[in-house]
Design a protein around this ligand. Structure first.
Ligand code: ASP
Ligand code: MG
Length: 402
């Protein structure tokens, strides 16, 4: 049995007409003789609308109830798509995350998939049905509904592809692939034919809004052949796979992330264990920390500065404030008007000079760099948010990515 997993994003299932288009895509694959499993996101802005509704009744609602609410968006799309396919005369069944056997840990709002019991899906595929699965949701060990974090339907799709040993996982969206930069910012950005898992993981983590980064991580771990393509146009997309054939390409893409907050703990006692305490407190709250800088302060103190995602800022500031005296720190400073701009490319690991070229591009247009961080295959700088688009364009030009 050749199984294919197709995932359709929120903009692709937003209304009846678009559902009709998706149904066509699904039926084409079914008519080619494949067993088709479809994963859907919530329609259009449904998830944001649900978040607003919750805030109206209780801005500090429990995460458990939030997940009960947010999981409904995907259930609307799955049933509407199933009805659309039914009407066209094809056998189809829709399944929630838990009916599909998706078991997660208990971190409401950002749960991770622990296992999938694919029995039910296999049974449905054996009876020649098209199977539609609600993305972004699962069940924890308490039989409670969980969701997988924003963009989590991508991860549902990859996890199912891995669990079902599918021959491919196609992610259909409103862009036709992964670009060298966001085409809305850089007019001559170019579509990449293929990209490696590692590069894609960096791009996804650094602000390219194409795939949830966890889905890429999982695809890499289970070697799932992933393709990002357009729901609307029948053109080849971008293939994400083991090794990129354009290894000599220094830089594959430029991204920016405006949702970055810079926190500084000022005048901490210069004694062992301070960094450990700070970051273990944040880890306990499930907060990812990115660029970290420690510098010597005046007298016997030091400053520790780091970035986190904007969505975690309120929690992080609260936790640190509550423990200020225990940390022996004087104050916390929080800067929100900054952006992280990054270049990604597997080629830079073996080629010197990428950093200097990136910094030159910024110097050419008069942009000041506040912090720098590097890994084997990426370089990130923190700059003023107002300069972020200009920075992306300057760097894209400098590396001749068009
Ligand atoms: N509906 C969820 C969201 O908007 C999950 C997804 O679309 O992948 O984040
Ligand atoms: Mg998405």
């Amino acid at each position: 049995m050749d199984i294919i997993v197709q995932k359709f994003g929120g903009s692709s299932v937003a209304d009846a007409k678009k559902l009709g288009n998706v149904a066509g895509r699904v039926i084409d694959a079914y008519n080619e003789g494949q067993s088709v499993v479809v994963v859907v996101s919530a329609q259009g802005d449904t998830t944001d609308d649900l978040l607003e509704k919750a805030a109206e009744v209780n801005p500090s609602a429990s995460k458990r109830e939030m997940d009960v609410l947010l999981s409904t968006g995907e259930q609307i799309s799955m049933s509407l798509l199933a009805m659309t396919i039914e009407k066209l005369g094809y056998p189809v069944v829709s399944l929630t995350g838990w009916q599909a056997g998706i078991v997660t840990n208990s971190k409401y709002g950002k749960a991770r998939i622990k296992s999938i019991n694919v029995e039910r899906i296999i049974k449905e595929l054996d009876s020649k049905r098209i199977v539609i699965v609600a993305g972004f949701q699962g069940l924890n060990k308490y039989d409670d509904i969980t969701t997988l974090g924003r963009g989590g339907s991508d991860t549902t799709a990859v996890a199912l592809a891995a669990g079902l040993h599918a021959k491919a996982c196609e992610i259909y969206t409103d862009v036709d692939g992964v670009y060298t930069a966001d085409p809305r910012i850089v007019k001559n950005a170019k579509k990449l034919n293929d990209i490696s898992y590692d590069e894609m993981l960096e791009l996804a983590s650094l602000g390219a809004n194409v795939l949830q980064n966890r889905s890429v991580e999982m695809a890499s771990k289970y070697n799932v052949k992933l393709e990002v393509k357009s729901s609307f146009e029948k053109v080849p997309g971008t293939l994400i796979k083991g090794v990129s054939k354009v290894e000599k390409m220094l830089v594959r893409g430029v991204t920016k992330d405006d949702n970055v907050v810079l926190l500084s703990l000022v005048n901490i006692e210069n004694t062992p264990g301070k960094a450990f305490k700070i970051f273990s407190m944040l880890a306990k709250e499930n907060i990812n920390v990115d660029v970290i800088l420690q510098s010597i302060g005046r007298g016997d103190t030091k400053d520790i500065t780091f970035t986190i995602d904007e969505s975690n800022a309120v929690t992080a500031v609260k936790v640190l404030n509550d423990n200020l005296s225990m940390l022996g720190a004087q104050s916390i400073e929080c800067a929100r008007n900054i952006s992280k701009v990054s270049v990604v490319g597997a080629g830079m690991a073996s080629n010197p000079g990428v950093a200097s070229l990136m910094f030159e591009a910024l110097y050419d247009v008069g942009i000041n760099i506040n912090m720098i961080s590097t890994s084997e295959i990426k370089i990130s700088v923190l700059i003023d948010q107002k300069d972020s688009e200009k920075a992306v364009r300057a760097i894209h030009d400098k590396f001749n990515l068009a």
